[in-house]
Design a protein around this ligand. Structure first.
Ligand code: ADP
Ligand code: MG
Length: 702
């Protein structure tokens, strides 16, 4: 069972890597490819043909039968339509396998059924996919066979972005341009570009597939809509980092192998806080590739789970009462010659470039806190952000002791003379080494935390694409860099000007810095005093996209046009309404077909017992009381269901924003009211009669 795994041999086996291109392409073509990768532009038609042929040959040698332009429509997941390599048979009846440069570079899927938010009416449904040369092609290998996947962007006939990748790439370009201006100011003429490095920690739940199939809510909504808490939750803190059970371990092992083959740097695996919850983190890589890879991670988790009789839940809150799942977005900026702009060095107070970058980020996050909050909003995340768990819905920045101290010095005296040192951590055991301490401790409650040489944006939902959050982050930081560079480039005395600017930014935006407990009620009040936005739900966050300042910023850096932003807003409202509608209908379905009949059955049995006991001359006090209780809850449940049915029917008459708010305010409240008696009934009704697996069955018996 435990055959050896050779990671070096496996890693990237299914990827058309730079190394493979170097081997298989003529020198001049390879050079051209590398140049376009680094600097943008287009491959010549002849080179594109050569690359396409090499890619096809490699794919076919490895067993591929089809290719696809793999893209990321506004559904947040990926899309693919397979074409086989076969061509029209010749006179002898043989087919030749072909794949041209044209087919590599451009595709034209019939795109009419993807959400476009009004960007494209169905009668003019043309959408184009365009090869993203910066993300490597790969072979997807499963029951379908092997398919050559070419990462692509997806745009309309008129050039509007219909996907998540295009704006992300635009934001990377904007950030590159503005960040280069900053490093040039400090005399760095060697760097040719600045990119992002991104590491995405992915949380997920695993449940048994047979039990999953018995829960319509998991099937249709991806989360439980009913379920009384199990006697035990996460309070013993025994799952976090606990020994990994064999069944889960076997899944993780297979998952790693599949990911390594795809060139995904799966690095860390562990049990998470909630029972049945786990995490996988890869090693960071360039933002665009990291985000493509995260899509592959999510997809592969689901696929591999199936092979192990498991089901992988990526929903942000599959179970009430225990932690939900997020995706930590570790983000930093690095020059092509390897300088991390967020590396403070040992003495951050002397690292002026770092301080300027930091001040710009602080300014960006404070100025556009609402946009950043919006970027992490999705329907499932409403159960996490601003609810009773991590992180809060209020955007703030955690800097840690050392940097906070530097900022304090700068704001108060205009100068930072010293940096706090980490010092030694004394273990007090003679056989253990004393450890060098980081100058900054960890903080787990901050939505946007500085963690040594990167920021960690912890708000993103586990099922969400990180393309949106990073597009926003890149955009707002590009804007702050641009404004700083505009001032500093024309300064007569650079040293003085940069010193003043850092002080100004930090002074003006220090309200966003918060090093305390982000979960506390005191912080909610304090944040309100500071005037920081506290946007509690996805639908309330959408307005931020269409504020004049936001539109101006996105248009200025050519990341979104106003029309594109309007389309996103429309899709967000629509997605919200559709999702809650599905949840409401699923609840109605489960109550009317499963829970209600089970309770009726139970009360019937109880009633018979009451009668039988009375006949036998014994007073059925306990039974009667139970029957009355159950019946009262049954009535409450029925009334709640009727209300939910009636209210859901009314939603159809509403549109867009109004409809989405109606779902949030009315339907969600109805759903809570329906769940409450059902969960109480679960605690009363005979387990044998209860029609669906309980929380105990689902999260403790995987
Ligand atoms: P945790 O936050 O749970 O301690 P880890 O330190 O294991 O997580 O992982 C954090 C993630 O941050 C990993 O994916 C890691 O590769 C990534 N990371 C580390 N350095 C950088 C950086 N400079 N830029 C972006 N991501 C980084
Ligand atoms: Mg983390």
């Amino acid at each position: 069972m435990n055959e050896a795994i050779n990671i070096e041999e496996l890693f990237g086996r299914n990827v058309f890597t730079v190394g493979k291109m170097r081997e298989r392409l003529p020198k001049n073509v390879f050079k051209e490819v590398k140049k376009v990768m680094a600097e943008g532009g287009e491959l010549s038609k002849t080179s594109a043909d050569v690359v396409a042929k090499a890619m096809k040959d490699w794919a076919v040698e490895n067993g591929a039968t089809h290719y696809t332009h793999w893209f990321q429509p506004l559904t947040g997941i990926t899309a693919e339509k397979h074409d086989s390599f076969i061509t029209h048979p010749d006179e002898e009846g043989r087919t030749l396998l072909e794949f041209s440069g044209k087919e590599l570079i451009k595709g034209e899927p019939d795109a009419s059924s993807f959400p476009s938010g009004g960007l494209r009416a169905t009668f003019e449904a043309r959408g184009y996919t365009a090869w993203d040369i910066t993300s490597p092609a790969f072979l997807k290998e499963d029951a379908v066979g092997k398919v050559l996947c070419i990462p692509t962007a997806f745009c309309s006939y008129t050039g509007e972005a219909l996907d998540k990748k295009t704006p992300l790439l635009r934001s990377e370009e904007a950030l590159n341009e503005q960040a280069l201006r900053i490093v040039r100011l400090f005399g760095n003429t060697a760097a040719k570009s600045v990119g992002t490095s991104v590491g995405l920690e992915q949380e997920y739940f695993l449940v048994d597939h047979e039990k999953y199939l018995q829960r319509a809510d998991l099937i249709f909504a991806g989360r439980t809509l009913f379920g009384a808490p199990a006697p035990k939750g996460q309070e013993m803190e025994d799952h976090y980092f606990g020994a990994i059970r064999e069944r889960i371990g076997a899944f993780m092992k297979d998952l790693n192998v599949e990911l390594w083959k795809l060139g995904v740097t799966a690095k860390t695996q562990h049990n998470e806080v909630a029972p049945a919850q786990h995490e996988l983190a890869p090693i960071y890589e360039s933002g665009n590739v990291a985000i493509d890879h995260n899509q592959l991670v999510m997809e592969t988790m689901k696929k591999v789970a199936g092979r192990h009789g498991l089901n992988c839940l990526l929903h942000e809150k599959p179970f009430a009462g225990v932690n939900g799942s997020g995706k930590h977005d570790n983000w930093s900026m690095v020059t092509d010659n390897g300088v991390n702009l967020l590396d403070p060095g040992y003495t951050p107070n002397e690292n002026i470039q770092f301080l300027l970058v930091l001040a710009c980020i602080i300014k960006a996050v404070d100025t556009h806190a609402d946009l950043l909050r919006q970027s992490a909003a999705d329907v499932g995340n409403d159960h996490r952000l601003g609810a009773d768990e991590a992180p809060p819905a209020i955007i703030s920045i955690f800097l840690g002791d050392q940097l906070e101290d530097v900022v304090r010095q700068l704001v108060s005296t205009g100068e930072a003379k010293k940096s706090k040192k980490g010092g030694k951590l004394v273990t007090g055991v003679s056989t253990l080494p004393d450890l060098e301490k980081d100058a900054t401790d960890r903080n787990r409650t901050s939505p946007f935390a500085f963690t040594g040489n990167k920021f960690e944006f912890r708000m993103v939902g586990s099922s969400d694409s990180v393309a949106g959050p990073n597009t926003t982050l890149n955009a707002i930081v590009a804007e702050a860099f641009c404004e700083a560079a505009d001032q500093l480039e024309k300064a007569e005395d650079f040293d003085l000007a940069v010193h003043d600017l850092i002080k100004e930014y930090l002074t003006d935006h220090q309200r966003i810095i918060f090093n305390g407990d982000g979960y506390s009620e005191a912080w909610v009040e304090e944040a309100a005093r500071r005037g920081l936005p506290n946007i509690k739900s996805m639908v309330e966050s959408v307005d931020a996209l269409l504020k004049p300042e936001s539109v101006k910023m996105f248009e200025r850096f050519k990341i979104f046009t106003k029309t594109e932003l309007e389309s996103r807003a429309e899709i967000l409202y629509e997605t919200y309404s559709k999702t809650i509608n599905i949840e409401a209908l699923t609840m109605i379905d489960m109550v009317s077909k499963q829970i209600l009949p089970a309770v009726v059955n139970y009360t019937g049995k109880l009633a018979k017992t009451v009668l039988a006991m009375q006949e036998a001359g014994v007073e059925p006090n306990a039974q009667r009381k139970l029957l009355q209780q159950t019946n009262a809850l049954l009535e409450e449940m029925q009334a709640a269901m009727e209300k939910l049915q009636a209210d859901t029917a009314k939603a159809a008459a509403l549109k867009e924003k109004e409809q989405a708010f109606y779902y949030k305010d009315t339907i969600c409240a109805d759903m809570v009211a329906l769940r409450a008696p059902a969960d109480k009934l679960e605690m009363i009704v005979d387990k044998e009669l209860w029609p669906i697996p309980t929380y105990g069955d689902l999260i403790f018996e995987v």
